[in-house]
Ligand binder design. Structure first.
Ligand SMILES: Nc1nc2c(c(=O)[nH]1)N[C@H]1C(S)=C(S)[C@@H](COP(=O)(O)O)O[C@H]1N2
Ligand SMILES: [Mo]
Length: 330
């Protein structure tokens, strides 16, 4: 860890700062300002002081979101440091090492950008990013993200429910699934030279999963637009499923009648199913899914955390799977 001397006190290097106090501080400050509450000067100052410590890249546009009112959308767990959330990534289009995306995704051009919404919808349309940014009010959602590899993070995402977009294009009665196609451009993505996956990276959800208010069409994190390595300029985050279900850098959304053939099902259908709901009772064929490591908490004495059913979102999404055999539908 590097320590910097700053304004008379010592604090950790940017990537090591636990940002919760910092970030919560700003939120407390904003909340107090909004409430006009008296006697909160101390909290306000604490927030401002903390805000001054946030070491951010500073080159990304801000993208604030209002606190979400969607049930389950604001977990109270400690946030993963910004530096970890943006340097420990899976984005195979830029390489398969966790550090590859942060290092190599600078070649991704997130503007101009369009998403073609097509298939079984009454109103197919090619949406420009600027139009998508204005489509619905931006919300902040603090979600756990659990990777199938056995690690997790807690990230304040910014976006709005994918349902906002879906209802505007009016799916037909034949629309049973939604397919997400992500960018596959060799000139921007060096990882496409590898045949580790059958590009483009395709993911899918059942229509009711896609319509669930927790399914987030995501444009930012930590109050800023998405860094390239996190899937700029637009991705999904589906918090009760393993992270790979949340496709990055989406260019097409197709409404279809049959279950989409996703990149991971094509690559290893015995290991990665279409549903891929986080489930501590259903192990991956090569490892247990009962526990997880929280990124940013690494250390000799770090305890593994128990993985929660549906990643802790069972109250919100459990009914989507009523009567289904979750061992078969992994
Ligand atoms: N296009 C694309 N999307 C992707 C991936 C990928 O390789 N390519 N990796 C997935 C996996 S395995 C995870 S865990 C999450 C990681 O998201 P994060 O880096 O923002 O935490 O992105 C998912 N979305
Ligand atoms: Mo993952």
């Amino acid at each position: 860890m590097h320590y910097l001397k700053d304004r008379g006190f010592t604090h950790a290097h940017a990537g090591d700062i636990t940002p919760r106090e910092v970030y919560e501080g700003r939120r407390v400050l904003l909340r107090n300002l909004a409430a006009g509450a008296a006697g909160v000067a101390l909290a306000g100052w604490a927030g401002r002081d903390a805000l001054a410590q946030v070491a951010r890249p500073g080159k990304l546009a801000t993208l604030p979101g209002a606190r979400s009112a969607v049930a389950g959308a604001l977990t109270m767990e400690k946030l993963t440091p910004y530096g970890d959330a943006t340097s420990y990534n899976n984005f195979y289009e830029f390489g398969t090492d966790k550090s590859d995306p942060a290092r190599a995704a600078g070649t991704l051009k997130p503007r101009p950008w369009t998403i073609a919404v097509e298939g079984e919808v009454k109103k197919p349309k090619v949406y420009d990013l600027d139009e998508l940014l204005k489509l619905a009010p931006m919300e902040e959602r603090i979600y756990r993200l659990r990777c199938v590899e056995g690690w997790s993070m807690v990230i304040p995402w910014v976006g709005y429910s994918l349902a906002e977009l879906i209802k505007r294009v009016e799916p037909t009665g034949n629309a049973k699934y939604v397919e997400f196609v992500t960018l596959a451009d060799k000139s921007q993505m060096p990882g496409l030279r590898s045949s580790v996956l059958d590009w483009p990276y395709v993911e899918g959800l059942r229509l009711d999963e896609a319509m669930h208010p927790l399914t987030l069409l995501t444009f930012g994190l930590y109050g800023e637009v998405l860094p390239n390595q996190n899937g700029a300029p637009v991705r999904t985050v589906v918090p009760w499923k393993y992270g790979f279900k949340s496709g990055k850098s989406i260019v097409k959304i197709r409404f279809v009648e049959k279950e989409p053939r996703t990149a991971w099902v094509k690559a290893a259908s015995q290991e990665y199913g279409f549903f891929s709901n986080v489930n501590p009772a259903v192990d991956h064929p090569r490892w247990s899914q009962a526990t997880e490591r929280r990124i940013g908490e690494d250390g000799l004495f770090q305890k593994k955390r128990p993985t929660l059913m549906f990643n802790g979102y069972e109250a919100q999404v459990g009914q989507l799977y009523a009567g289904m055999d979750l061992k078969k539908n992994y």
